[in-house]
Design a binder for this molecule. Structure first.
Ligand SMILES: Cc1cc2nc3c(=O)[nH]c(=O)nc-3n(C[C@H](O)[C@H](O)[C@H](O)COP(=O)(O)OP(=O)(O)OC[C@H]3O[C@@H](n4cnc5c(N)ncnc54)[C@H](O)[C@@H]3O)c2cc1C
Length: 341
């Protein structure tokens, strides 16, 4: 009875935590709102090297997990009520219209983040200007082999930090950490497949952290152009799009026509997760992510741990994996202390 953990979330951070807990003989109940595990992760197939890595990681995490007798996998499920918000915790879980109460001795929050809705920046014309897409749309186009590029395409502009590093339009004041590397990877891919197309990245600062710097170097070598510019608006001309921007190095206002404009949408905190985590009594950062105490993965509520992009800010896959493992270890330690008492 003491050896059980409730994990909320069904992506990479949650899977890492589940895998580690089960390896230590802990029973895990995993509440996942989707119909399958790793659904979001599976969508990013052509991303940066981490995603190639992630595909294998995803596979290795799913292998044997779903059929493990120590896993009570609840797909299509949501926590609909917090009945008791301290050890031993009690929640109501609704799955396919049926509710049940569940007692958990420890909880791991791995509910992740949401992609910023580019429609909120009206001046960029997402959804109503033809040719304005997000990195996510472009990803899907690559996968479906329906890239909106033809012999008339002359220039493609990527706009970085859309909804990141700003409070404007409901954005996330923090850096979303994946978008620079991810966009540069897409730009590089276009440049390699269509060398005659001019590919331009308008950036605030380039943050290709750690080993991802190679992408930045490779892109420059391949001829991708980098302009330190802030885009104020995008308008439709007869044949193309006109991008109005401030060149922040030259300190001048400028315009650049393009056939496609790709918005590098960042990540924002979940709105509905707030409610669940808040009812557990955990504290939040000023930017509405679950707050971590001075000990990594520990929330302000004893027995509740958090990992991945749900806490502190949006992270990349390797960071989410490390935190998933750390949360599992913290939960095991908590259970051991409770058993000793
Ligand atoms: C377009 C794009 C490209 C990216 N490219 C890269 C890349 O190339 N490399 C890289 O390292 N990272 C990349 N990232 C970041 C990467 O997606 C995140 O690091 C990672 O997905 C975070 O994993 P997570 O498990 O913390 O959260 P998420 O992947 O956000 O998963 C959260 C899970 O929690 C579930 N959930 C949400 N609310 C609830 C609730 N109330 N109850 C129960 N479950 C809930 C969700 O359904 C989901 O299963 C990219 C992100 C985007 C958007």
């Amino acid at each position: 009875m003491t050896n059980n953990c409730l994990i909320i979330g069904g992506e990479i951070a949650a899977l890492r935590a589940a895998k580690d807990l089960i390896a230590y003989g802990i029973s895990v109940t995993l509440v996942n709102p989707s119909k399958e595990l790793g659904k979001i992760s599976k969508m990013f197939q052509s991303g940066i090297s981490d995603f190639a890595f992630k595909k294998n990681v995803l596979r290795s995490h799913l292998e044997g997990l779903e059929s493990n007798p120590n896993l009570n996998l609840m797909n299509n499920a949501q926590i609909t009520k917090i009945i008791k918000n301290q050890y031993p915790f009690e929640v109501e879980i609704t799955q396919n219209g049926t509710t049940q109460n569940h007692v958990a001795n420890t909880i791991i929050i791995a509910t992740g983040f949401e992609v910023f809705n580019a429609e909120k920046i009206e001046e960029y014309g997402y959804r109503y200007l033809e040719g304005v897409l997000t990195i996510f749309d472009l990803e899907m186009a690559f996968q479906q082999q329906k890239i909106p590029i033809n012999e008339k395409t002359k220039r493609i502009i990527f706009v970085l930090c859309v909804g990141s590093r700003t409070l404007k339009d409901g954005g996330n004041p923090d850096c979303s950490s994946y978008c620079c590397s991810y966009s540069i990877n897409q730009a590089l891919r276009i440049k390699k497949e269509f060398p005659s197309i001019e590919v331009v990245l308008m950036y605030m600062d380039i943050r290709t952290v750690a080993s991802h710097e190679y992408l930045y170097n490779e892109a420059r070598k391949a001829g991708v152009l980098f302009i330190r510019g802030r885009v104020s608006s995008i308008e439709r001309a007869e044949d193309n799009l006109i991008t109005f921007y401030e060149d922040t190095l030259a300190d001048s206002q400028d315009v650049l026509p393009a056939d496609l404009v790709i918005l590098a949408v960042g990540g924002v905190p979940l709105s509905d997760c707030d409610e669940i985590a808040m009812n557990f009594g955990v504290q939040f950062t000023p930017n509405r992510f679950v707050k971590i105490t001075d000990k990594p993965v520990y929330t302000s509520t004893p027995g509740i741990f958090a990992c991945g992009s749900a806490c502190d800010g949006v992270k990349n896959v390797p960071q989410c994996l490390s935190e998933g493992g750390a949360a599992a270890m913290a939960a095991i330690q908590f259970l051991a202390e409770k058993t000793e008492k």
